[in-house]
Design a protein around this ligand. Structure first.
Ligand SMILES: *Cc1c(COP(=O)(O)O)cnc(C)c1O
Length: 391
């Protein structure tokens, strides 16, 4: 065990040791964390639906009808009417023929990629894709080609050189640590040119972007039967789980072959009922998306003079690029002392030298909350740069 102790120490000294904070009560703009009230910019509850009473009520009513446990896997006796209804609602909402529920986005991607590609096939993956797409690619045993972030010329070249039986492109739709949007039209064009499929992970766009929150495909006005669209349900939708939607035959194939679908207990039916209520809330509450956009504008205006740049982002994810691991930690700690919680994101979650504060906005925030963050960041920045000059 000694070498683990040493490895932990190394993480500590390099500023990479991660600590969990204990939250009490409901998710929202303010949280009780380790007993202290904090203004939080630290969740993916972009629409503020995680503690929405309409969704809670739908889940509570479903508990009365179906209890708590999922009972069995979908292919044995766990596939419940509530799952069917949620899948139908999701497919209709994103305008695709059929949808399939998974227990989490991580499980979805790590099961879908190996179901679609195997030995002798080729997977093409954006360098900034989420860990679960990367893990899915590794599990698939296909040849994995990582292309530089957003570089469609590089992707085109790699596809052109491939003689693989099947070609599968993997991309986040909204990149989780940068907040930028993938070039969807170009991706689809390359799929068509090279007879490839695209697995598009819209964990951060579903509910947030597009008319009625239908997601990044709607936002970019892109449609193609070569796309498998993945949305997660624990972020903007405020519940848990994920779904993949696309051509009926592809979905049918995933039911037959995705191991993270087959070999796991079905999501509790009560959560599927919550998902349906969440889809209704996402569609109904346009004001939540308007508010989110207003917050982003307010934040960007307020932080213009800071020594660190905000990455260009039209989404709820607004990363402040600090660079150095320790500086990002100091910044986080100073804000924390002022009662504001913004997580520092460090390697290996992001590439070396690109540590950042990941400011995550929510419709649960008020304009005053945004102002408090802006003032806090300005004060800490003045302090840190002053200290640096004095040292
Ligand atoms: C959060 C996230 C996932 C994982 O979804 P979970 O439901 O939380 O497991 C997948 N892809 C991306 C891009 C994510 O940000």
């Amino acid at each position: 065990m000694q070498d683990f102790a040493q490895s932990l120490e190394e993480l500590e000294t390099s500023g990479l040791l991660r600590r969990r904070r204990v939250v009490r009560g409901k998710q929202g703009a303010t949280l009780e964390v380790d007993g202290e009230p904090m203004l939080a910019f630290a969740s993916n509850d972009y629409l503020g639906l995680a503690s929405d009473p309409r969704i809670s009520r739908a889940v509570a009513e479903a508990i009365e009808r179906c209890g708590v446990g999922g009972g069995a896997s979908h292919l044995i006796s766990g596939h419940h009417e509530e799952h069917e209804r949620a899948e139908d609602a999701l497919a209709r909402f994103v305008g695709l023929p059929r949808a399939l529920l998974f227990s989490s986005g991580y499980m979805a991607n790590s099961g879908i990629v190996p179901a679609l590609a195997g030995r002798g096939d080729a997977v093409f993956s954006d360098a900034l894709n989420h860990a679960c797409l990367i893990d899915g690619a590794r599990l698939s045993r296909a040849d994995v080609h990582v292309f530089p972030h957003g570089d469609m010329d590089a992707l085109n070249e790699r596809l052109a050189r491939s003689s693989a039986r099947r070609r599968l492109i993997l991309s986040d739709a909204v990149f989780s640590m940068d907040g930028d949007i993938a070039p969807l039209a170009r991706l689809v064009e390359l799929c068509e040119r090279h007879d490839a499929l695209l697995l598009l992970d819209d964990a951060h766009g579903f509910g947030v972007l597009g008319a009625e929150g239908r997601g990044t495909l709607a936002h970019c006005n892109v449609k193609s039967d070569r796309i498998l669209y993945l949305g997660t349900l624990g972020k903007a939708a405020g519940v848990a789980g994920a779904f993949v939607a696309g051509a009926s035959q592809l979905i049918e194939w995933l039911i037959q072959r995705a191991r993270t679908y087959i070999f796991t207990t079905a999501m509790p039916p009560m959560l599927a009922a919550g998902v349906r209520a969440a889809v209704d809330a996402i569609a109904a509450d346009e004001w939540r998306r308007t508010r989110l956009r207003d917050h982003a504008r307010r934040l960007r205006d307020g932080l213009r003079e800071l020594p660190w740049p905000l990455l260009a982002s039209d989404t709820a994810i607004q990363p402040l690029m600090v660079g150095d691991n320790r500086a990002s930690l100091t910044l986080m700690e100073r804000l924390w002392q002022a009662g504001v919680w913004v997580p520092a994101i460090r390697p290996p979650t992001v590439p070396d030298g690109t540590a950042r504060l990941r400011i995550s906005l929510s419709a649960a925030h008020t304009p005053e909350h945004i102002d408090r963050l802006v003032e806090g960041l300005r004060a800490v920045a003045a302090d840190m740069t002053g200290n640096r000059a004095a040292a």
